[in-house]
Design a protein around this ligand. Structure first.
Ligand SMILES: Cc1cc2nc3c(=O)[nH]c(=O)nc-3n(C[C@H](O)[C@H](O)[C@H](O)COP(=O)(O)O)c2cc1C
Length: 324
């Protein structure tokens, strides 16, 4: 499982940074894979408000880190932590730049009516710090977080907010911080870490494996977490497969094939499903492996890929047994 932390303060080693790092360190010790984006230094270009995403489903700014890396991480993440100081009763401008670019994901969800395979399981947490003690201090931040998490298909779990925190490092002395982090790990992270994991492997990891992983994830929701990999991964997912899935409302955008060892870095599977016969030897020794003898679609027409989708659907039924 992946936790993605969005560190929204420009102050390195400041309160937001410290709070997020403490949480992620503890989550990492519990077995989660963690990654932090230092948003202020990521070089994200602000949204142009051009409407391109509403007519194309992708962002017109295609060569900055948001398009080349961060959309992909947001899609891969099981838990997204938005962390920000209060700046003039709102989130930091730096984090807002990232959030505004998520209009692309909003468009895919609400204009194109696509559903992210992880929509039923992904969660969002909000961390925030502020110097003063005003009653409405975090109201604006809560609203932005609510609509951000909705756009990225994450259920807004809860917020950890701290008043009276001003100088660098002051958060360390905040009473109750350690207990809050412990409780958040127990409630939010541990149930995700404990889920069973199923890794789908095909020859290129570009067509059958991602399709099966997405369909199984949608079918079983929170029941378990799926991943996919290829023995010799292609550079991109099959465009035809993504298109076929799009026709049944599933969003495969911003995902890429990965090597088996990369997939194993994030999670150790409880079950691997090897699709097709091109993968001769068991790719993950010591892990229960099942083979689904689905041949690579020979033709490149949509109908063949759609037939494969139906065939995968039938095989997914057998996973019920594994779920127990
Ligand atoms: C530009 C700016 C605006 C701020 N606006 C507020 C505010 O409206 N209310 C408040 O309580 N604190 C405000 N603060 C204080 C910060 O929220 C506070 O110092 C926080 O601990 C900084 O977190 P950091 O160390 O992660 O950057 C502001 C600070 C800056 C630099």
């Amino acid at each position: 499982m992946l936790i993605l932390g969005l560190q929204g303060s420009p102050r390195k080693g400041g309160n937001t940074d410290t709070l997020l790092a403490s949480f992620l360190e503890q989550a990492g010790q519990m077995g989660a894979a963690v990654k932090t984006i230092q948003v202020a230094r990521a070089g994200i270009v602000p949204c142009k408000g051009c409407g391109y995403c509403e007519t194309h489903g992708t962002c017109v700014i295609s060569d900055d880190p948001m398009s080349t890396e961060i959309f992909g991480l947001l899609r891969q993440a099981d838990l997204v932590v938005a962390a920000t100081p209060v700046f003039f009763y709102g989130i930091s401008a730096q984090l807002k730049v990232l959030i505004d670019r998520c209009q692309t994901l909003w468009s895919r969800k609400y204009v194109y009516k696509l559903k992210d395979p992880l929509a039923a399981t992904r969660k969002g947490l909000l961390f925030s710090v502020a110097a003063s003690g005003g009653r409405q201090l975090f109201d604006g931040i809560h609203l932005t977080a609510k609509y951000f998490f909705d756009a990225i298909d994450a259920q807004f779990s809860h917020a950890l907010t701290y008043r009276g925190v001003e100088s660098k490092g002051a958060i360390r002395h905040h009473a109750g911080l350690a207990a809050d982090i412990d409780e958040t790990i127990r409630k939010t992270v541990l149930p995700m870490v404990k889920r069973k994991n199923v890794l789908f492997i095909s020859s290129t990891g570009a067509c059958r494996a991602p399709m099966a992983a997405a369909m199984a994830q949608q079918r079983f929701g929170d029941g378990f977490r799926t991943g996919f990999a290829g023995m010799r991964p292609a550079a991109e997912l099959s465009a035809l497969m993504s298109q076929t899935m799009q026709q049944v409302g599933v969003d495969m955008g911003y995902r890429k094939p990965q090597r088996v060892d990369q997939a194993l870095n994030d999670t150790t599977p409880d079950l691997t499903i090897v699709i097709g016969n091109a993968v001769e030897k068991i790719p993950v020794p010591g892990i229960k492996t099942v083979r689904w003898p689905l041949p690579e679609p020979v033709s490149s027409d949509e109908a063949a890929i759609d037939r494969m989708r139906l065939s995968i659907e039938t095989h997914i039924d057998t996973l019920m047994e594994f779920l127990g």
